[in-house]
Ligand binder design. Structure first.
Ligand code: FMN
Length: 225
């Protein structure tokens, strides 16, 4: 019989215990998008572990198209707050009956979070592997995988994280001196929180609720709802 190890390097078999498995699912379900922070700071080693988790994410063709910028300048943080507030107003202009309700929602915690990290999609490096038909989407999906890893790692470190996407990417790119073709996709607020929301905040606020599994899962064909 052919030796499967011949084709690569395999880890010695690791079977996770039931307890470890339970912890993974607990972290997944306890993760929340956080907008309420209490200042303080993020321990340097914890931050390094969270960034390592990001950089360990899967990526199409192994292209690793994520770039992270730690925002330590208060002036820069203020500039982002201004951009996000402007975008919130523009967003509300496109809403009709739910405009007032939307404006009452807290959509970011930039001012109070301990760490602010911008995530940028790197300029296209021409990778074809796995992205011939959907080049931008597959690169973006890869960066999203990195962000989800950070979210889960942060939660396991008992730190909150919030993804802020209310901004004009060009404005953020200019502020961060990004090269041509780079596209900021997230401003991540990270840091200690007083408590984690028990449900998505948008659900508690009555904005939207989680769809039933039957809406999102189909057998052999697109699910009908
Ligand atoms: C791509 C992406 C962009 C998001 N941008 C924002 C944002 O700008 N502001 C915000 O309050 N939440 C943002 N969120 C968080 C979602 O609102 C949140 O994930 C959703 O309401 C479900 O809540 P949960 O993450 O706590 O489960 C974003 C989430 C994703 C995945």
């Amino acid at each position: 019989m052919e030796n499967p190890l011949r084709h690569g390097h395999f880890m010695e078999q690791i079977n996770f215990s039931q307890e470890e498995r339970d912890t993974v699912y607990r972290v997944i379900h306890a993760r929340r998008d956080m907008r309420h922070f209490i200042g303080g700071e993020v321990d340097g080693e914890a931050l390094a572990r969270i960034l390592d988790a990001a950089h360990a994410a899967p990526s199409v063709g192994y292209m690793q198209p994520w770039r992270f910028v730690r925002v330590t300048s208060n002036a820069l943080r203020e500039s982002f707050i201004t951009l996000v507030e402007a975008e919130k107003d523009k967003t509300s202009d496109q809403m009709d009956e739910r405009k007032a309700e939307f404006m009452r929602l807290k959509i970011e915690g930039i001012r109070d979070c301990a760490e602010l990290i911008a995530v940028v999609l790197a300029p296209d490096d021409g990778t074809v592997f796995g992205r011939r038909t959907m080049p931008e989407e597959m690169a973006l999906c890869s960066v999203s995988c990195a962000i989800e890893n950070m979210w889960l790692a942060a939660r396991s470190e008992n730190l909150g994280m919030g993804w802020v996407s209310f901004f004009e990417p060009k404005d953020v790119a200019d502020l961060l001196h990004c090269p041509e073709g780079a596209k900021p996709i997230a401003l991540l607020c990270l840091g200690p929180v007083k408590a984690f929301y028990d449900k998505p905040m948008l659900e508690t606020e009555g904005w939207r609720s989680r769809e039933a599994m039957s809406v999102v899962l189909g057998d052999n064909q697109y699910p009908d709802s």
